[in-house]
Write a protein that binds this ligand. Structure first.
Ligand code: FAD
Length: 397
């Protein structure tokens, strides 16, 4: 079986590394970038390397949802698959679940692992078009689109006659606009909900919210990342990426809030911010592909189009994206599920597609509930000093 994986970001790479050790499977991996440069710090969720169903469900926000959505047997099967992952790859996953690391070091390690194993993968350095992807499919091949949030094939998964408009295959929930602000701090610094409250108590607007576990002390330096909610108008007026100087000159109220927050940290731990703030402005979108396979093509009747005979899947950010940064972990779970499906070579194509659609839908339910809960908690947090505004946001019974 030949599997074409388009997009060698973290998810395409993990899928390739998993399939590389699957008997009877060869992978054709295409990537348009020539080097891995993204330095943002990410962390894998502990559930990715859980060794029992109980530890998989140990999560204060979505442990109950996992129990409600997934059957125990499903969870057991997926844990069994994880335990069968080749030791070289399993060791990398264990390491990334311990703490933060730069995205490009995850990408490079996976890429190097694939190359060092030296078999079963053909790599192409090129930007693949949708037409290229369709034309590379021979009967019996599998195609996986792991090209990220601006997926190459998401819209193509519905036959043109059933496609009312571009974007029809995406459900998008815009939760808010935010600045993601990152800085380095020269002392150990950790944060919990009390800390978020007290360090923001003099910030009526523009509260800086470090994400739980998003402050990381690596021996000499704490990496701190958090978000500040901004209005749609402010978002439109800002460049996509900027520094503290730009913030001070153009958004002084946000800069003052940051200064107050950082002063509180300094009073507590007597350190200094190292270097400047790094700021990106992003819409926090929670989205999914309505169809994450080409199942609609198979139901559309006979045609010469390759999508009628070969399975096509979306993986990682192509299929689902969540704003409060669990996306890599979700994408890695997708890759593991997909690698397991592909390795069951006696499975009918239709069953493969149905199972993947069901899995992605369950992942969507889980992340939708989780993200809405976090957003609701954030909204409440922002009005803690104003009981009436707070009560307006509560629906108690
Ligand atoms: C500011 C910020 C902070 C984040 N922090 C976290 C975090 O802490 N934790 C977390 O879990 N997630 C985080 N995320 C999200 C995380 O980075 C993504 O979920 C993850 O990178 C998705 O992996 P992917 O492989 O699906 O897609 P991508 O990383 O987008 O990779 C897609 C790959 O496909 C390639 N490609 C695209 N089009 C083509 C084409 N036509 N032909 C060939 N190749 C192509 C691209 O070059 C890229 O290499 C963050 C995101 C942002 C923006």
């Amino acid at each position: 079986m030949r599997v074409h994986v388009v997009g060698a970001g973290p998810v395409g790479l993990l899928l390739t590394a998993l399939l590389q050790s699957t008997e009877g499977c060869s992978v054709h991996l295409s990537e348009k970038r020539d080097e891995y440069t993204r330095t943002r710090m990410v962390q894998l969720a502990p559930y990715l390397v859980a060794d029992s169903v109980e530890s998989y469900r140990t999560d204060s926000i979505d442990g109950d949802s996992v129990e409600a959505i997934f059957d125990p047997r499903e969870l057991e099967e997926s844990l069994r698959y994880r335990q069968s992952i080749a030791p070289d790859l399993a060791a990398l996953l264990q390491g990334w679940a311990q703490g933060f690391c730069p995205l490009n070091s995850i990408e490079r390690s996976l890429s190097d692992l694939i190359d060092s194993r030296g078999h079963g993968v053909e790599r192409t350095a090129a930007a693949v078009t949708a037409e290229d992807a369709v034309s590379m499919l021979e009967p019996g091949d599998v195609l996986v689109d792991s090209t990220g949030s601006r997926s190459l094939l998401r819209d193509q998964l519905i036959p043109p006659s059933d496609r009312p408009s571009d974007g029809a295959n995406t459900v998008n929930v815009r939760l808010e606009y935010a600045l993601v602000i990152t800085f380095l701090y020269g002392q150990p610094y950790d944060c919990n909900e009390y800390c978020k409250y007290y360090k923001n108590k003099d910030n009526p607007r523009y509260k800086f919210i470090p994400m739980v576990h998003r402050t990381h002390y690596d021996g000499n330096v704490s990496h701190v990342t958090g978000i500040v909610n901004i209005s749609p108008e402010e978002y439109e007026a800002m460049p996509s990426r900027f520094d503290g100087e730009w913030l001070r000159a153009n958004a002084p109220d946000v800069a003052e809030s940051m200064d107050r927050f950082i002063d509180e940290i300094k009073q507590e731990t007597h350190g200094e911010v190292l270097g400047d703030l790094e700021i990106v402005r992003i819409p926090l979108d929670l989205y999914r592909a309505r169809n994450s396979t080409n199942r609609q093509w198979l139901m559309s009747g006979p045609s010469d189009h390759p999508f009628v005979r070969s399975p096509v899947f979306l993986a990682g950010d192509s299929a689902i994206g969540s704003p409060y940064f669990q996306s890599i972990s979700l994408g890695f779970e997708n890759a593991m599920f997909l690698a397991r499906l592909v390795s069951q070579q006696d499975l009918a194509v239709r069953d493969m597609l149905d199972r993947y659609e069901l899995f992605i839908y369950k992942q969507w339910l889980r992340v939708y509930m989780r993200s809405k809960m976090i957003k609701h908690n954030k909204d409440l947090f922002e009005t803690l000093e104003d009981p009436l505004a707070l009560l307006d946001k509560l629906h108690i019974y």
